[in-house]
Design a protein around this ligand. Structure first.
Ligand SMILES: Nc1ncnc2c1ncn2[C@@H]1O[C@H](COP(=O)(O)OP(=O)(O)OP(=O)(O)O)[C@@H](O)[C@H]1O
Ligand SMILES: [Mg+2]
Length: 304
């Protein structure tokens, strides 16, 4: 409801702005020309503002192939420090593939090849000497389906800090575990059962446990791939609130199929289509005055 309200507010604001048309806005003409060629691999330009002043991560001319098949085509995109960037687009357009390239999770798929440049704080994460375990601690990931380890709630959260040697005493570890569970909005619900299996929690609690596990190693960026798609609306609302709080400290890139969710939690939205980054900009603008026909089709539910 709240999200819909927000969308209505956006819509009202949009009415006040002049909606771009082909006569008044040349870039809109480009957008329409581009539509005719959207099946082409070459020769497209992302519409909007892929770059920001204070980028935490930057992708430049990124291509991703699964063997011969190209899943990401020449994508350049920044993720701003302490922003929530939402990635949307029809199924199979490459959102997860792009997200996974941001912490080299694609490395574990043997046929997957990533080219172009991706930097974290201006350092190329695809340098040969990059320690991927360390990288994934700095750029953590939360998956679509909550996947707690078959261990206690405590051990789920303590696992990362232990392998990275972040606690020297039991008291220090207790503090990391408690602090992470508090930040993930789960502590009050589980504080009396920390020794019980994480898999025994509800779906929404398990997802918050996975978020606690991700933040326990103090990452700088958190990648979330449809973190609420397996949750009911109440559990989703809790995760959304949490994402809003987490952005104070972390940079977040989130794939979502819910446009209301993207509108509620993100500051910028990137729209992907057939492996291309078609349009990116302020969330408010993307949902009210999309400039590319493909974006408009998607957000108005004409496909996807
Ligand atoms: N492990 C893989 N091996 C081969 N092809 C893959 C693999 N993973 C993804 N692909 C292909 O890459 C393309 C992009 O897939 P991806 O999973 O990134 O899309 P998506 O936008 O996340 O879709 P969804 O919304 O359904 O999750 C698809 O054509 C898909 O079939
Ligand atoms: Mg996906």
């Amino acid at each position: 409801m709240q999200g819909l309200k927000k969308m209505n507010i956006f819509a009202a604001e949009a009415k006040q702005k002049s909606v771009p048309n082909e006569e008044t806005n040349p870039s809109h003409v480009d957008a329409r020309l581009d539509i005719r060629h959207h099946g082409d691999v070459t020769d497209y330009q992302t519409i909007g503002s892929p770059f920001v002043d204070d980028a935490k991560m930057s992708a430049r001319n990124v291509d991703v192939f699964y063997a011969e098949k190209q899943a990401i085509i020449d994508v350049s995109l920044d993720i701003g420090r302490n922003e929530v960037l939402a990635m949307i687009g029809p199924s199979g357009c490459g959102k997860s593939t792009f997200l996974r390239s941001l912490n080299r999770m694609n490395d574990i798929i043997p046929i997957c090849k990533v080219s172009g440049q991706i930097t974290l704080d201006n350092v190329n994460i695809y340098e040969n000497d990059q320690d991927t375990v360390l990288l994934r601690a700095r750029v953590g990931m939360v998956f679509q389906k909550p996947n707690p380890f078959p261990k206690s709630i405590y051990e789920n959260v303590a696992y990362g800090p232990r392998i990275h040697g972040l606690a020297h005493t039991k008291a220090e570890m207790d503090e990391i575990v408690e602090h992470s569970l508090i930040r993930a909005g789960l502590f009050d619900e589980v504080k009396d059962q920390l020794d019980k299996p994480g898999t025994g929690l509800s779906g929404g609690q398990q997802q918050r446990l996975c978020i606690a596990r991700a933040i326990a190693v103090s990452p700088e960026v958190i990648l979330m791939d449809e973190p609420c798609s397996a949750l009911d609306p109440i559990a989703s609302a809790k995760i959304e609130e949490l994402i809003d709080e987490l952005k104070e400290k972390f940079t977040i890139a989130m794939v979502t199929h819910s446009m209301q969710q993207a509108a509620r939690v993100s500051q910028r939205t990137a729209y992907f289509h057939l492996g291309k980054l078609i349009e990116v900009g302020d969330t408010k603008d993307i949902f009210t005055i999309p400039r590319h026909q493909l974006t408009e089709n998607y957000i108005t539910g004409r496909f996807g």
